[in-house]
Design a protein around this ligand. Structure first.
Ligand SMILES: *Cc1c(COP(=O)(O)O)cnc(C)c1O
Length: 412
């Protein structure tokens, strides 16, 4: 049995749909937390403070607002936990991630027979998947029509579909859920901490889940924010659900939420890490210091600069998210998307292809909100396209970028 050398991981420019670049302040808190157990007083206090800051970040008075240890899918598993076999569900799918949300919901709503019939990809009769083509948004009309027809108990949608970079109509979704009595569940993995919205402004949505690694910028594997309305919790109390670890009522206990009330001190649910709590706490502090609205403005501003630059290189942008640009290469480079992505990645410039058809390129700016970072991305992307034979006037593109930044400086 070999003992391998220490694992070295280089610093790269992580310019993908996620993870975002974790702030040095967060890494520092992570590395300097003392050795303490999960019931130590400051760890428990930190969790209570995180819970309170999270309510602010999410814009909610929901008592059941806390973090689920793990990644975005951990939060989503908790979000979907109240969906039981045989439950009627309508899911709107317009890309890779909402597609996986749909799979998760099909697994949860399948009866034992339906699951056994196709264990990895069950097709329960009670779940309706409404597919919207890649590159398009889910509209309020689409949601309205499907909910009017099927009158489901649950409806689910991604707020921002990171697979195709499209933003979906949250207002239309919430309104339609209210009109038709469905309980809305939203995958806000990509939008929380990037878009300026308050979840309490969407009363048709009863459960939300996000992630640590995107808008919250807290990858040192920490917490996926979740929030549940009183109605969701009441329904869960009535029906129960088949998980201990991701049970929204039980998991909330460690965050000091017991019997629907905030209590002074959490009680054991699982072994939380002092390091993770310290990191998450700092990430939330940074977000609130910058403000959700301030960060949303910065994303919109820098995304516009990147979008303009890649369009000037002859690429066609098909996304409308502010943390991510999804594009088609110019016709002369069509079909060479993977080659381009791989050559960038080999040079420590981490951009991404789409994960499902059609093949497109995704360039993200999570926590890369300054002129230097955007210029670096644009320059490296232009160089990679040029190396593949594209005819790009790099000087003109740099000039446009300059103009974008000068114009705002002047406007301020
Ligand atoms: C990234 C993402 C996920 C998955 O998050 P992980 O942190 O990889 O578990 C789910 N849904 C959406 C919309 C995402 O963007």
């Amino acid at each position: 049995m070999a003992i391998f050398p220490q694992l070295e991981i280089p610093d790269t420019l992580a310019a993908g749909p996620g993870p975002g670049n974790t702030d040095l302040r967060v890494l520092q808190r992570f590395a300097s937390a003392g050795v303490a157990d999960h019931m130590q007083a400051d760890v428990l206090r930190g969790m209570i403070e995180c819970k309170l800051m999270l309510r602010e970040v999410m814009g909610t008075a929901n008592i059941h607002t806390f973090g689920v240890a793990g990644t975005g899918w951990s939060g989503l598993d908790c979000l979907f936990s109240a969906v039981l076999p045989g439950d009627s569900v309508v899911v709107f799918v317009n890309g890779t991630f909402s597609g996986i949300d749909g799979l998760t919901l099909r697994m949860k709503a399948a009866t034992a027979e339906e699951l056994a019939a196709n264990p990895m990809d069950p097709q329960p009769a009670s779940v309706r998947i409404v597919t919207v083509p890649h590159g398009q948004s889910v509209t309020g009309e689409t949601v309205e029509a499907a909910l009017a027809e099927h009158k489901p108990k649950w409806a689910a949608m991604a707020h921002w579909e990171t697979g195709s970079g499209r933003t979906n109509d949250l207002r239309g979704f919430s309104d339609a859920c209210q009109r038709h009595g469905a309980m809305g569940l939203v995958d806000a993995v990509s939008s929380l901490g990037v878009a300026d919205f308050r979840i309490d402004d969407y009363p048709g949505v009863h459960g939300w889940a996000s992630c640590p690694q995107k808008g919250i910028c807290c990858l040192p594997l920490t917490y996926a924010p979740v929030s549940f309305s009183d109605r969701y919790v009441a329904e869960l109390r009535r029906t129960g659900c088949r998980t201990f670890v991701h049970h929204p009522i039980l998991e909330a206990r460690h965050w000091g939420i017991i019997d629907g009330k905030d209590v002074e001190k959490g009680s054991y649910h699982r072994t939380h890490s002092a390091y993770a709590v310290a990191a998450f706490h700092e990430a939330l502090r940074i977000l609130l210091q910058q403000t959700v609205a301030g960060r949303a403005r910065a994303y919109a501003f820098h995304e516009a600069a990147l979008r303009d630059a890649v369009a000037a290189m002859g690429c066609k942008v098909t996304s409308d998210m502010t943390s991510l640009v999804v594009l088609n290469l110019p016709d002369t480079l069509k079909g060479r998307e993977m080659e381009l992505v791989q050559s960038c990645r080999a040079q420590g410039f981490g951009i991404w292809p789409t994960l499902s058809e059609p093949v497109q390129i995704r360039i993200g700016i999570l926590n890369l909100l300054d002129r230097k970072a955007i210029t670096d991305i644009v320059t490296r992307f232009a160089a990679a396209m040029t190396a593949m034979g594209a005819d790009i006037d790099t000087a003109r593109i740099t000039e446009r970028l300059e103009e974008h930044y000068q114009a705002t400086v002047a406007a301020e």
